[in-house]
Design a protein around this ligand. Structure first.
Ligand code: PRP
Ligand code: URA
Length: 208
């Protein structure tokens, strides 16, 4: 279940942040803006329940989200998307999952997991700007499922075909939303054309 999200403003922000000389302050803002623009598409199929409400004039029926929402940024880079989602979903709670891939083997290593108690019934949205091999996202999904999570969506900015294929094979129940589909991975596991190391660019930790 792959869901490309197309919007001219998303394309504009994506073109700006991909540029090598885009400063970290702008990069962070563009990631946040794209994330916010993705929210309507990512949440489009969330179930709602009818509720009786009292307007100032009479009683009527409205629709409210059936499940509590838990946002799950994969540390570090996923934190860059958090504010954009939280702006439109301020009631969402947040689970932090730390996964970093080994730069030589590309194998993801988990180093932190802190989730609220309601993840079993909640609607979960995992956030990470980059889907490269898919290892980090898949590890996060497995961890959440081991803790009972049942309703998981995944949102990223840039997806590589390899990552989409692997995620689909390992977690076919999880819909994947992305703002751009890139061409391939290079030998170091970076997405081409990509944007480089998202975490380093968001947090200004690029090494010389
Ligand atoms: C980056 C990115 C994803 C992962 C994608 O994180 O934010 O989590 O790599 O690669 P994969 O699909 O091959 O697993 P990284 O491990 O560099 O950690 P960071 O966010 O702390 O920089
Ligand atoms: N992680 C990143 O930050 N960028 C890539 O291109 C691949 C993995």
């Amino acid at each position: 279940m792959n869901h490309p999200i197309q919007h001219p403003v998303i394309d504009d922000r994506m073109a700006r942040l991909r540029q090598r000389d885009c400063p970290s302050s702008d990069f962070r803002r563009f990631v946040q803006e794209i994330a916010q623009l993705m929210v309507p598409a990512v949440t489009a199929n969330f179930p709602t329940l009818p509720v009786e409400i009292e307007t100032p004039l009479e009683i009527t029926t409205g629709q409210m989200l059936a499940r509590e929402i838990v946002l799950v940024p994969i540390l570090r880079a996923g934190l860059g998307m958090l504010e954009g989602f939280h702006r439109l979903l301020p009631e969402a709670s947040v689970a932090h999952v730390g996964v970093a891939r080994n730069e030589d083997t590309l194998i993801p290593e988990s180093y932190y997991f802190n989730a609220p108690a309601n993840i079993q019934d909640a609607q979960i949205i995992i956030l990470d700007p980059m889907l490269a091999t898919g290892g980090s996202a898949s590890t996060t999904m497995s961890k959440l499922k081991n803790h009972g999570a049942q309703h998981i969506h995944f949102a990223c900015l840039v997806a590589a075909p390899e990552g989409l294929k692997n995620l689909h094979a390992e977690h076919p129940d999880v819909p994947v939303y992305y703002a751009a589909l890139d061409t391939q991975l290079n030998q170091q596991g970076y997405i081409l054309p990509g944007l480089g190391d998202a975490g380093d660019r968001i947090f200004g930790t690029v090494r010389p």
